[in-house]
Design a protein around this ligand. Structure first.
Ligand SMILES: *Cc1c(COP(=O)(O)O)cnc(C)c1O
Length: 573
């Protein structure tokens, strides 16, 4: 492998559907970055934690109440346990972490390792063993200890594995920002005193940071009392001396911003919102993309292999989908829709009709995403459905165990099903994961997205839909602002309308009744043209290959070689 290497560090990395160490968008995006790097033969290694109980397994009872169980899985069924172990100090005691490796294999066979840190070892006390049990579980202390493990452990484990030339540490979200403390220890010129601003400048050369949420509560903050309990005194002294913790609070985003040579948001609009949130910080934007080989359904893979051979190595070729005959788009989509309907029949017993217009909406169930907004006026929705011979809606998505509004939203959706049955058939797929994500974004006829703007940093499932010729019906927010071509890639609800629930619902009904359903029902070629446009204009751009190319050009260029840095230090010293 050519080095220096990019170490891509993330609280979650979704390497495969069955490796349950991810909860949703952040982890799937991280996995797609690594998969794109593997295709490109880019020098990268991923680092994350191994969660033996996963996020959670979602079960919905008849009234739509969400029940959570551990999503246990067998690390040794998919991962290779490596020999090196590292020992860190967390909360005043030694914590030993082992490491597992998952090989992400690219289209041409290039392998990118993803390393999973694991503290479930006999050397550790019970609490330390539990640190790699649950993703986003526990209290603030549990979370800070996990983030200490991820941050400090990343630097230690890459050394232990012999990756001596890590040019860039890419912090995917602020969770891993404590790695800055480990790098400061290495960079410090004075072996006895605390690190200096010059040392911080050298660390900055080695770090880049991606921020993922425009919602203030999404940025981790820890009180300094807690920080004192979890981190060693010299680390706390470093935070103080370099003014890296403000007003008694350690804000992980502020820390990452201060310590990174390059920072980006994940869509253009999110860049604007982030610059307003963090005045003075220099924040660029690289819009997310999804991994084409992973998110394209089999029927469309076959179609692209036939019509655009080479699309896997060069996703820009998808632009040429504009020349694919409409009938072939229609056939591939019909096959993907059949596969979804079969899967739903098999898992839920519910039979959907392949000829009925089918709306997909699946994402984390949380208030601002408004997954249930289309059900705001059920009588109107039923009346529209009757005009066009009925519609079907497939929902999916987990609510965080403590997100009561999100849970109520799922109940509202499940509770609406009976009254609407016959006109609007509703299915809520349990335990939404990568595999269901692939089925739903390819097997539905339109992908509905109704976040309250400007809360959606990017969103990615609409991009997966585009790869499969599924247009979006979306509020103007996140990536869709860049992908919206009215009637060509989907249909839009402007941002101002989008801030008001009632008017957003009204806009959805109006578009469905007067534009989308007439096209789907009475003018098939017109609808197929929009489907094809979604591929040609959006799949060709909102893919992980383009995203990685932008990271390579804007964020990873001039990666410093740490060997050269230490030589410089030796000469200076
Ligand atoms: C793609 C994906 C997401 C992210 O979807 P958004 O549109 O960004 O909300 C979340 N969960 C799973 C399982 C996915 O596949």
């Amino acid at each position: 492998m050519t080095e220096p290497l990019v170490a891509y560090v993330s609280m979650e990395i979704a390497v495969a559907s069955g490796v349950a160490t991810y909860s949703g968008g952040l982890g799937v995006l991280a996995g797609d970055v690594v998969r794109a790097a593997a295709d490109a033969g880019y020098p990268m290694a991923g680092v994350t934690l191994l969660y033996r109980d996963g996020y959670f397994r979602q079960h919905l009872d008849a009234s739509g109440d969400q029940h959570e169980e551990p999503q246990t899985w067998r690390p040794d069924s998919a991962l290779e346990q490596l020999a090196p172990v590292v020992t860190l100090r967390i909360a005043g005691r030694p914590v030993t972490a082992g490491v597992w490796r998952y090989p992400v294999v690219g289209a041409d066979g290039h392998v990118i390792p993803v390393y999973f840190l694991d503290t479930d070892r006999p050397e550790n006390d019970e609490a330390a063993r539990g640190l790699t049990r649950a993703l986003y579980g526990g209290d603030a202390r549990y979370r800070l200890e996990q983030e200490a493990l991820l941050g400090l452990g990343t630097v230690a484990v890459l050394h232990a594995l012999g990756h001596e030339r890590v040019g860039t540490y890419h912090m995917n979200e602020g969770h891993s920002a404590l790695l800055v403390l480990a790098l400061l220890e290495e960079a410090r010129t004075n072996a006895h005193g605390v690190p200096t601003l010059d040392d911080l400048a050298r660390v900055r050369e080695r770090c880049v940071f991606t921020t993922h949420t425009p919602v203030p509560a999404g940025h981790d903050c820890f009180g300094l009392d807690l920080v004192h309990e979890v981190l060693d005194a010299d680390h706390v002294a470093t935070l103080r001396a370099l003014d890296l913790a403000d007003d008694g609070v350690l804000n992980m985003t502020h820390l990452a911003l201060r310590a990174s040579r390059f920072t980006n948001a994940v869509a253009m609009k999110h860049g604007e919102v982030s610059r307003a949130m963090f005045p003075g910080a220099s924040i660029s934007a690289i819009t997310n993309g999804v991994h084409a080989g992973t998110w394209t359904s089999q029927p469309f893979q076959d179609l692209f292999d036939r019509r655009l051979p080479g699309w896997r190595r060069d996703n820009w070729q998808l632009r040429q989908a504009i020349g694919i005959p409409l009938a072939e788009i229609g056939e591939a989509h019909a096959a993907a829709k059949h596969a979804l309907i079969d899967r739903i029949a098999h898992t839920t017993g519910k039979l959907l009709d392949p000829n009925r217009f089918t709306i997909g909406i699946a994402r984390r169930a949380t208030a601002y995403k408004r997954n249930d907004l289309i059900l705001r006026d059920t009588e109107r929705l039923a009346a529209i459905a009757r005009i066009f011979g009925g519609i079907q809606i497939v929902f999916g998505g987990k609510a965080h165990p403590r997100d009561w509004d999100g849970k109520a939203m799922i109940q509202h959706i499940v509770g609406s099903a009976d009254a609407l049955a016959g006109n609007v058939d509703i299915v809520y797929v349990e335990n939404y994961d990568m595999s269901w994500g692939a089925s739903l974004t390819s097997g539905t006829d339109i992908w509905l997205n109704t976040p309250r703007p400007p809360n959606e940093a990017s969103g990615t499932s609409g991009m997966k839909a585009a790869l499969n010729g599924v247009p979006s019906l979306s509020v103007m927010d996140g990536w869709w602002i860049e992908g919206a071509l009215d009637g060509t890639t989907g249909w839009s609800i402007d941002a101002q309308t989008g801030t008001n629930d009632e008017r957003t619902a009204d806009a959805i009904y109006t578009l469905l009744q007067h534009t989308i359903l007439p096209s789907y029902t009475h003018n098939r070629d017109n609808y197929l043209t929009t489907m094809r446009g979604a591929i040609a204009f959006n799949a060709s751009h909102f893919n992980a290959q383009r995203m990685l190319a932008e990271y390579a050009i804007e964020a990873y260029t001039n990666q410093p070689d740490p060997k050269a840095i230490s030589e410089e230090r030796r000469l200076a010293g």
